[in-house]
Write a protein that binds this ligand. Structure first.
Ligand code: PMP
Length: 390
């Protein structure tokens, strides 16, 4: 490009996401690395996935499954997912026409929102909100309309949802189990959502990446379970959380045929197809153990251990009913802003956490931080020893 005199690149480029900096997850992980802190910030395990899964990937690679997968995903994986979803949630999705394997849930969300949101549309979503939602909505010319989940239980105020709905509401975006709060939708929420949907044509986009991480015997209320919602919902999940493989970035969307077709049209031009040998390996894992109950009890034990370890500290845990995140109230320690305190905690006490403010728009965060407990027991023990001294 020839340099145009007196015009800066910022003026030339006119960013489509002018408010966006680097995601908080990268910022805190980088800081943790720089100062050698224990990283309870970004949500990823510090232990390995199962050797059988790695063996299966290797076997598929050696058997030559190394070229483009079908655009919608390896068929054996889609079939296994269809059986799993039917077994767990009672709804049949046709593997040929109602599913799409994506580059992580992130691409699933992006392709879905790109398919559905048109300029001028509104998307009702709940904050604190996972930070990929708003940019995906805005890039399609849509407007995020936030309903705030409030401490201490972060439950949805359905009257506020009703007030947020307008004739321009195109999508209601839900996330259960909820990152970062650990809130889980229950059957009452489902009834409320069903009532809300009676008065709008909006679609539902449901981020269920933590579907297998629900505690204390609770039930995951997948939108796939509830026919009136499922008929207009795109349900999105990810293998990263369930199989301790966040770095492999494979997820999927399921939806009734006309909706799934629109998602696939976008997916086709975003990535076309996803990593073949890993999909084939996941197909075996899903078929072998569709219920994934082990991961539920595994993380229940981690959450319970982390809560026990926090006893005697001045961090007050807020009830966590799902996900691998524990939100804590630090008001007994300091009145610092959450981002400031997260940085100081990392530098001075050697434990990285994620502040909640980057998940919020236009409201004060309050004195809370998010810790990730998807870590080895000894990591949690070492971190908690430091936290008890704060
Ligand atoms: N949604 C939520 C709520 C998440 O926490 C994450 C991962 N941190 C994602 C979506 C993205 O999942 P993936 O890594 O499969 O893209």
């Amino acid at each position: 490009m020839t340099k145009i005199p007196n015009v800066s690149y910022t003026q030339l480029v006119q960013s489509k996401l002018p408010a966006g900096g680097v995601t908080i997850f990268s910022v805190m992980s980088r800081l943790a690395e720089d100062v050698g802190a224990i990283n309870l910030g970004q949500g990823f395990p510090d232990f390995n996935c199962s050797p059988q899964l790695i063996d299966a990937v290797e076997r598929h690679m050696r058997e030559g499954h190394n070229q483009y997968a079908p655009m919608l995903g390896v068929y054996a994986l889609r079939e296994a997912l269809a059986r799993k979803i039917e077994l767990l949630y009672g709804r049949h999705y046709d593997p040929a026409t109602e599913m799409c394997v994506t580059s992580g849930a992130t691409e699933g969300l992006f392709s879905t929102l790109t398919a559905l949101v048109r300029p001028g549309d509104e998307v009702v979503l709940f904050q604190p909100a996972y930070d990929s939602y708003a940019p995906a909505i805005q890039l399609s010319g849509g407007t995020p309309v936030y309903v705030t989940l409030r401490r201490p239980d972060y439950c949805i105020d359905w009257d506020e949802v009703r007030r947020a709905i307008t004739p321009r509401t195109r999508v209601i975006l839900v996330n259960t189990p909820h990152n970062p709060t650990g809130m889980v939708l229950d059957q009452n929420d489902i009834r409320e959502l069903e009532r809300v949907l009676e008065h709008t044509d909006a679609f539902v986009v449901s981020d269920e990446v933590y579907e297998h991480i629900v505690f204390d015997g609770g039930r995951h209320e997948s939108m796939a379970r509830h026919p009136t919602i499922a008929e207009r919902a795109v349900v999105i999940s990810s293998f990263g959380k369930t199989y301790h493989t966040t770095g492999w970035k494979i997820g999927y969307c399921v939806a009734p045929r006309p909706l799934a077709a629109e998602v696939a049209r976008v997916h086709q031009w975003v990535t076309y197809a996803v990593n073949t040998p890993i999909q084939s390996a996941y197909a075996e894992m899903v078929a072998r153990d569709p219920m994934c109950t082990e991961v539920t009890s595994f993380y229940q034990a981690k959450r319970d251990l982390f809560l026990r370890l926090l006893q005697g500290s001045r961090f007050r845990p807020i009830a966590c009913r799902g996900t691998f995140f524990q939100v804590v109230d630090y008001s007994d320690i300091t009145d610092e802003h959450d981002a400031e305190f997260a940085i100081r905690l990392t530098k001075e006490h050697g434990v990285a956490a994620i502040p909640i403010s980057p998940f919020l728009s236009g409201v004060e965060p309050g004195p809370v931080l998010r810790f990730c407990f998807a870590k080895r027991d000894e990591t949690l023990e070492r971190a908690a020893e430091r936290l008890r001294k704060v």
